[in-house]
Design a protein around this ligand. Structure first.
Ligand SMILES: [Zn+2]
Ligand SMILES: [Zn+2]
Length: 385
C-alpha cells in the first residue's frame, strides 16, 4: 500500500463516522482500526492489544536508528447524541454520533502511521488509539495498566483536537495551558414531599434547589480571580413530578472548569461550603459528590511545544496560529502530566460547535493535517536532543 491520499482519508473517515461507539464500548471501531493497520506494510510494525482495555490499540513503528520513542495519540470514542447532519454517511448507530470529531482524529493518525509504515522512521514511534476520552478517563486507565512500559515507554507524546474555530487544515497551539481541568459535580437535596396546599408540613426542595443554584453562581462572580477565570455550570436540575405535590427531592448535575488545579480546588471547596449553608438554611440534607480529580488541565510541555510551534511557524507561517486556552476538558491532560508532550488544534472550518448534533467538520482538513504533523515528527527525529 502506498501513501493515503485525500480521497482515501475521506473514505476512512466516513466509514468510522458511521460506526460511532460510546466510551469503553468501541469494539467495532477497534476492529476497523486493526483491519486498516493490518493492510499497511508490516515490515516495521508491532501491533499490541491491551487485554485490560480491550477497545484500545497500540501500534509501534520501529525506527532505523532510534534515539527515542515518540508517541501519537488519537481518541476513538463518540457521544450520546442523535445525529442531525442529514449526511449520506451519517451515524448508523442510534443516539450515538462522532460529534467531537474523533473520527477525524483516528483518520489523521492512520494517515501518519501509514506514512511511517512505508517510510521507516529514524526514531521509534508508537500510535495509541485511545478509548474513552469523553468519559471514563481512558488515558488514565491505559497508563495505570502500565501499557507505556518497556519498549512501549514514550519519551514524548503528541495529539490534536479538531475545532471549528480555524480554517480547515490550519493548526494552532500555545505553550502552557491549552485546555481547562474539569470536575463533575452531582448534588442531591433531600427534604419532605407533601400536599401543595400544606407547605408547612413539607420541606420543599424546589425552593431549596432554586436558592442553591443562585448561591452557587456567586462562586465564579465573587470568589474566583477574574483575571484567572473559572466556570461552574449546572446543566441539569430535576425536582418534582406534578404541579400540586411539593417536591421532597431535587438533583443538580454540573461541571467545574479551571486552568489550574488550584482554581478547581477553590471552586470545589466553595461548593461544599455553600451546600452546608443550604442544609442549615432549609433544614434539609444535601449530598455532594464530586468526581475525584476529574480531568486534569492540558498543560503543554515547554520544550516539546516550543519545538512544535517553531517548526510550524517556520514551515507553515500562513496556516499556523497561536491559540487561546479553552474551557473544554480533555483527558490528554492526564498523559501530559506523566509524559512530556504537546496538544494542538486542527481547524475543521466553519461548522456547528463540538458536541452538537449538526457538527459537520470539513474533510479538507485531513490531508494537510497528515502532511504537516508527519513533517514535524520527521524533523523531530533528526534532532539529537
Ligand atoms: Zn468531546
Ligand atoms: Zn473530543
Amino acid at each position: 500500500m502506498t501513501e493515503l491520499l485525500a480521497n482515501d482519508l475521506s473514505q476512512i473517515r466516513r466509514a468510522l463516522h458511521q460506526i460511532p461507539e460510546l466510551a469503553l464500548q468501541e469494539f467495532q471501531t477497534h476492529d476497523f482500526l486493526l483491519n486498516e493497520v493490518r493492510h499497511f506494510n508490516q515490515e516495521f510494525l508491532t501491533i499490541h492489544e491491551i487485554p485490560a482495555l480491550p477497545t484500545g490499540l497500540l501500534v509501534r513503528v520501529d525506527g532505523s536508528a532510534p534515539k527515542r520513542t515518540l508517541g501519537y495519540r488519537a481518541d476513538i470514542d463518540a457521544l450520546p447524541v442523535e445525529e442531525e447532519t442529514g449526511l449520506e454517511f451519517k451515524s448508523q448507530h442510534k443516539h450515538t454520533m462522532h460529534a467531537c470529531g474523533h473520527d477525524l482524529h483516528m483518520t489523521v493518525a492512520l494517515g501518519i502511521l501509514n506514512h511511517f509504515a512505508e517510510h521507516q522512521p529514524v526514531d521509534n514511534i508508537v500510535f495509541f488509539f485511545q478509548p474513552a476520552e469523553e468519559s471514563e478517563n481512558g488515558g488514565k486507565l491505559a497508563f495505570e495498566q502500565g501499557v507505556f512500559t518497556d519498549e512501549w515507554n514514550l519519551d514524548e507524546i503528541y495529539a490534536l483536537h479538531d475545532t471549528p474555530d480555524y480554517v480547515a487544515g490550519n493548526l494552532a497551539c500555545r505553550p502552557g495551558v491549552l485546555f481547562a481541568g474539569t470536575t463533575e459535580v452531582d448534588i442531591k437535596l433531600i427534604g419532605k414531599s407533601g400536599h401543595a396546599g400544606f407547605p408547612h408540613e413539607a420541606n420543599d426542595m424546589v425552593v431549596a434547589a432554586s436558592n442553591l443554584v443562585v448561591q452557587l453562581q456567586t462562586i465564579v462572580s465573587r470568589n474566583v480571580d477574574p483575571t484567572e477565570g473559572g466556570v461552574f455550570t449546572i446543566g441539569q436540575l430535576q425536582a418534582g413530578h406534578i404541579r400540586n405535590v411539593i417536591a421532597g427531592e431535587a438533583e443538580l448535575h454540573g461541571t467545574v472548569r479551571g486552568f489550574s488545579q488550584d482554581m478547581i480546588m477553590l471552586i470545589r471547596k466553595r461548593i461544599n461550603e455553600i451546600c452546608k449553608g443550604i442544609e442549615l438554611a432549609f433544614d434539609c440534607q444535601v449530598e455532594v459528590k464530586m468526581r475525584q480529580g476529574g480531568y486534569l488541565p492540558v498543560v503543554n510541555n515547554p520544550s516539546t511545544t516550543d519545538r512544535f510551534i517553531n517548526f510550524m511557524q517556520q514551515n507553515y507561517p500562513d496556516t499556523f496560529q497561536i491559540s487561546k486556552p479553552a474551557m473544554t476538558g480533555e483527558d490528554f491532560g492526564y498523559l501530559l502530566s506523566k509524559i512530556p508532550g504537546t496538544m494542538f488544534w486542527l481547524g475543521v472550518g466553519d461548522t456547528s460547535q463540538l458536541h452538537s448534533s449538526t457538527f459537520n467538520p470539513d474533510e479538507k482538513a485531513l490531508e494537510p493535517a497528515v502532511r504537516k504533523i508527519t513533517a514535524f515528527l520527521e524533523h523531530r527525529m533528526k534532532e539529537e536532543n
